[in-house]
Write a protein that binds this ligand. Sequence first.
Ligand code: SF4
Ligand code: SF4
Length: 97
Amino acid sequence: MSSKPMDQVTWQEIEPGAILTEPGSARGYNTGDWRSQHPVWTKSRCIRCGVCWTVCPEGGITEEPGGYFDMNTYCKGCGICAKECVTGCISMVPEEE
Ligand code: SF4
Ligand code: SF4
């Protein structure tokens, strides 16, 4: 596997079958850059239970100082956090907003 950043790797250098040879390699990339919507928290209604952080399948939520949560660059906009939030304080908004 090439040690170059992925955006500099040519197709000739990609592993056959595009096999990932290093675990956790997506950490170095902005994996949510193609999302069409993202979550927005109304923190005044958040009870800091952490359910949203638990259910996010992408590692797309980061706990902030004070125990509140917000999205990070790994969010792919699936909306699971908004669906599962126990107080309904997460809204999904179009990416351009
Ligand atoms: S929208 Fe999906 S990927 Fe983004 S923070 Fe919520 S659960 Fe995670
Ligand atoms: S699930 Fe909702 S209430 Fe619980 S921490 Fe997340 S945003 Fe706050």
